[in-house]
Design a protein around this ligand. Sequence first.
Ligand SMILES: Cc1ncc(COP(=O)(O)O)c(C=O)c1O
Length: 459
Amino acid sequence: MTNPLEPDRATRDLYAEEVLALMHEWYEGVETLDATGVDLDEETLKSFRAPPTEKGRSLEEVLSVVREAGIPGTYHPSGGHMSYIPNAGLYTGAVAEFLSAGLNRYTGVATAAPGFSAIEHGVVGWLCSLFELGEDSGGLLLSGGSMANFTGIVTARHAKLGNDFSEGVVYVTRHTHHSATKATRLAGIRSDQVEIVAVDQNLRMDVDQLEKHIELDRAAGRVPFLVIASGGTTDTGTVDPLRGIREVADRHDMWMHVDAAYGGFFQLTDRGRATLDGISTADSVALDPHKGLSVPFGVGALVVKDEAALVDAHLGRGAYLRDEDSYLGVRDIASLGPELSRPFRGLTVWLPLQLHGIAPFRDALDSSLDLARHGFDRLRGIDGLETPWEPDLSIVAFRFEDDDMGVAALQAVNEDRRVHLSPTVIDDRFVLRFAILNRRTTSDHVDHAIDIIEKTLIG
Ligand SMILES: Cc1ncc(COP(=O)(O)O)c(C=O)c1O
């Protein structure tokens, strides 16, 4: 009997065909897919936890579980998905992951797969040039924005404070993504070492307040070392005043990290580049290909001005590894971040970009900016709504004169299922938001949700 772990050619073809059939089912319906599925009962949900059997079962049976398990929840591939931060997904990103998982080469150390490591360094180099970080720049691909923020913060801590960081202080605003403040904790920084700087009426970090805070802290013997700016907040897509923050950081010899996990790829567009002005002065930038480029979930990026700082913070060698951490000029990716074993994420970004070129990605981002403008223009003309924040990028946040009305409108939109929205709270007020980043989102989706909101307001 053949070893089932080594399927022959005919079986491999069959597996691929069955999986492709499920993918086709999905892709053929995606243009008209609602944003929300239907709930399953608790018993069915429990059934998905069934442990494996000794002898296994057919792929057909296994895929039928996958098909059913995919039914409930919100559908990121749907153009109606405008909640949280969208990600439509990308067929060619999935093809790249099938290939990289199938080839299963190891990209932690360069000697194991120097060519593949070079491909990944090439992707990172392209990102560094996108932000004009200079010739000493570098970076790596990680699992997402959370890990990119974490790795950036560890690098800043190490570069500015070395081993004794007990008096170090980090500055954020209340709109900084929670993954950044969580990352400070993971980096061994106590919560009383994280200071919240006030924002102005446009929800941007107040640069004067930042400087005052730093001066007071220094006078008290504390050591300000890191300011985390947002290159597009999750709540409202707001970009902090990056140039002003850089000037303050320079005056106090501090590291400036920009969390651009959501907004970073707008740098590909003219409007985004203008809005993100100053991002090239950052010491480190987190940005997510699994948001702005819509590759499958699991690919974030950290780019830094000085690659040596990443290496200083993360280099680790064991006797079982070669002494040098590079091979023919290709550096071990493991020396740049927390992971040793890692998937070949470079291919997930590289293959679609090489195949399609940059233009369709730029066009998709430009169209998100247009749709946000369209949504904002319609919303600001509606009685009973307040639109205090012009969108910097592609998130349109608005509130209701009566918060309860906002809760009712959200419920009405989401119960309809075609569009899915998620709320937030700003200044103790209930705020709804259209987060537009899915290339399948059209003005029909935006208008559909606004029509429901209007109907709720009229009663
Ligand atoms: C601004 C910002 N930073 C960080 C993150 C965390 O990214 P991830 O979910 O990829 O870990 C997000 C997620 O939405 C985000 O919007």
